[in-house]
Ligand binder design. Structure first.
Ligand SMILES: [Zn+2]
Length: 163
């Protein structure tokens, strides 16, 4: 099975029954969010959105927690849940430095586009080209990047044939 990237969903949660406020980052996407999700109030900061890059999700959660704390005058924790085999498993509280470190660790293991280096959605795109068989084992974020890679190998071959 090919490696694939998860999506990270950011939501605001009020825990039951203690009313604790937390910004939750959950791996696996929106369907893995805890049931106490509030309707998004900080959409432009990334609330209610899915991120492929855990660093972007973490930075969004930090901003949302600060905004919410400012508006609500209550303590807001940030949690990040790991998804194991597609099942929501752990939901741990992180300090901001811990969260940044954890997100960076996760980001270092992302499947990235072999052309531009950006994290791919899911398992990315595979392409085949008779003109550039080299790309067969590569992963791309988009058709644009796949075409760039094909162009590169086609041009490279044309140049070496000229000599
Ligand atoms: Zn790309």
């Amino acid at each position: 099975m090919r490696k694939k990237n998860q999506t990270y969903y950011v939501s605001r949660q009020i825990a039951w029954p203690d009313g604790a406020r937390r910004v939750e980052i959950v791996a696996g996407g929106r369907e893995h969010a805890s049931p106490g999700e509030l309707s998004p109030a900080y959409r432009s900061a990334g609330e209610g959105q899915e991120f492929t890059c855990p660093v972007e999700a973490a930075e969004a959660a930090i901003v949302i927690a600060r905004l919410w704390r400012g508006d609500d005058r209550r303590k807001v924790a940030i949690t990040m849940g790991a998804s194991l085999g597609g099942m929501f498993a752990v939901d741990e509280v992180y300090s901001v430095p811990e969260l940044r470190k954890h997100a960076a660790d996760l980001a270092s293991r992302l499947v990235r586009c072999d052309q531009c280096g950006e994290p791919v959605k899911g398992e990315g795109e595979s392409w085949f080209s008779d003109d550039a068989p080299e790309i067969e084992d590569m992963t791309f974020c988009s058709a644009r990047c796949a075409r760039k890679a094909i162009d590169f190998y086609v041009r490279d071959r044309a140049e070496s044939e000229e000599v």
